[in-house]
Design a protein around this ligand. Sequence first.
Ligand code: MG
Length: 158
Amino acid sequence: MFRIGFGYDVHRLVEGRQLVLGGVIIAHRVGLDGHSDADVLIHAVIDAVLGALGSGDIGQHFPDADPAYRGISSLVLLERTAGLMRDMGFQLNNLDATVVAQEPRLGSHIPTMRENLGLALGAEIDRINIKATTSERLGFCGKQEGMEAFAVVSLFAA
Ligand code: MG
């Protein structure tokens, strides 16, 4: 038994917020806005896993109207999603994700992001791939109004 899931997310960039991507706090003059820590990468990954499980989306599982999730680390939400995955009898085969951000350069943070996601999902780091790209100054990512992320996962029946 094999499953594939896709996830996508966008968050707005604002002043006065910490930038958190893949569970890593990154020094930057602006951060992503949202109810949780607004980790756009992890949100895309959660939606990909939920998609593979046929279990709806992040908003259904962790509603942003619920005060329990205010400021919560998205890594905690990912761990809960991984718990659901295990309960349903699945394990991560591999994950591939892309973050679109004009600034800052993310390359040096990617190893720690892979570790964080691997730990939360219970998978070896070589099964977790994360890429970062700019959008060549085009669109809302290029104008630094926001960031977006895309993720694909495959799961197998454990
Ligand atoms: Mg989100």
